[in-house]
Structure formats: C-alpha cells, structure tokens
Write a protein that binds this ligand. Structure first.
Ligand SMILES: [Zn+2]
Length: 228
C-alpha cells in the first residue's frame, strides 16, 4: 500500500444529500468521482496497487473504507477516538476522504471463469465492509504507510515490519494482500523490469520506469521501491 494524498474531490459530491441511498447515486457525479479517485491513485488499486483498467473495461469498485451503511456505536466511538472528522458520520457515504477505488479483488474473470473463494480474493472483495478502525492502516491517513511493510523480492510476499507489526498484520490479513495471485503478480512486475534492462536501449527505458516507480505512478510501486 502507498500513501494517497487526497484532493478536494469533485464539487458535485458536496451537493448530494447525505441521506441519498448509494444505489441512487449516478452519473454524472459518480463518473466525476471515479475520475478524481483514479487520477489521485495513479490508476492503481488503493490497497493492492494493481493497475485498474478504467474506461470502458472498468475493473474498479468505489470503496468506502469505513462502511457506508449504518455505523454501530462501537464504530462511532472508534471514529472519535482516532480523530477522524465528524463528517465521516454526518456525510456518511458522500464524504470524499473515506472513498477510494479498489480493484475487483481478483484477476478479471476469463470466460466461464467462476468467482474465486474467499482465500483467493483480496482488497474490497475480501474486506466485505469489515474494519477495526484502531488497527486499519488507512492509505489516505498514514503518510508513512510504505514503511509499515516488508516485501520479499523472490516470492513477492508481504509481511509486517516489526515496528508497525500489529496494524500492518491486521491490514494485510483484512485485505488478503499476501495471497498467491498477488505474490505472483508482484514477482511478474519485477521480472518485467529485469527483461527491460536486458533489452537493447533497456537502461534508458528502465530509467524512465524507475521515475514512475519512485513517484508511485505505476502498479506495485511500493513493492518495487522496496526491492530495487
Ligand atoms: Zn486491489
């Protein structure tokens, strides 16, 4: 996960009545919202950093980190305890700070491909509206989030760094960030860079790619930044 610097978000969002059901929230504001999120996340999933497709072949989900449904007393207490704005409660589902784009949670289904089981999905699909606010590492609130994870170059595995152990472990488990497909996808992204380097003019191309990686402007940049 990488830090997401939230922008102000689309103006239209603040005009939406707080009690409007989410299913009634449609174009054009819904599209403006997606565009804004897509751009501030550099087109990647807020959790696993997979590339989102955007456009017509959408592979993203509008995700409320703190669930948009009725908030239990326990959640309200945790929101207050963690210094999260009261807008989170009052504006509920239309509070921009709480909204990110997540991937589907598994590779785009091929024809006749059944949806995988819970062990083989990640991100929003694995989280399913659950959250422990005291432990969750919010990519939009935790500026040093990249320092909370340890990545292995050979396996693509992710684990918690000791000093931030509990929160990072909780977040990895909640989002299933260490499951087999994501490990493989991260490894593949590293191997692709090695292939670029070996190609003619590879060094020059790689230098440009390294800039993207350093700026978090590509898929799996936290992993690649750590291992390179
Ligand atoms: Zn994801």
């Amino acid at each position: 996960m990488k830090y997401i610097q939230k922008s102000k978000g689309p103006d239209c969002l603040s005009d939406i009545a707080a009690d409007m059901p989410w299913r009634e929230f449609g174009a054009p504001c819904r599209e403006e919202l997606k565009e804004s999120l897509y751009s501030e996340q550099n087109g990647t999933c807020a959790y696993c950093e997979r590339q989102l497709r955007g456009g017509e072949n959408k592979s993203e989900v509008i995700e409320h980190m703190i669930p948009q449904g009725t908030l239990s007393g326990e959640l309200r207490d945790a929101i207050e305890r963690n210094g999260i704005s009261a807008d989170c409660v009052e504006r509920r589902r239309y509070w921009y700070e709480n909204i990110v784009l997540s991937c589907f949670g598994y590779p785009p289904p091929a024809d006749n491909h059944e949806k995988p089981d819970q062990d083989n999905v990640s991100c929003d699909e694995h989280k399913r509206g659950e959250i422990d606010i005291d432990f969750f590492l919010f990519p939009t609130r935790c500026e040093n989030i990249a320092d909370c994870f340890y990545w292995e170059s050979e396996t693509g595995a992710v684990s918690a760094r000791v000093e931030n152990g509990e929160k990072a472990s909780y977040t990895i488990d909640l989002l299933n960030l260490d499951y087999v497909h994501l490990r493989e996808a991260r490894r593949n992204s590293l191997e692709a860079l090695v292939r670029i380097f070996s190609a003619p003019d590879g060094e020059e191309i790689l230098e440009r790619r390294m800039n993207d990686i350093r700026n978090g402007e590509c898929e799996f940049s936290s992993f690649l930044n750590f291992v390179l």
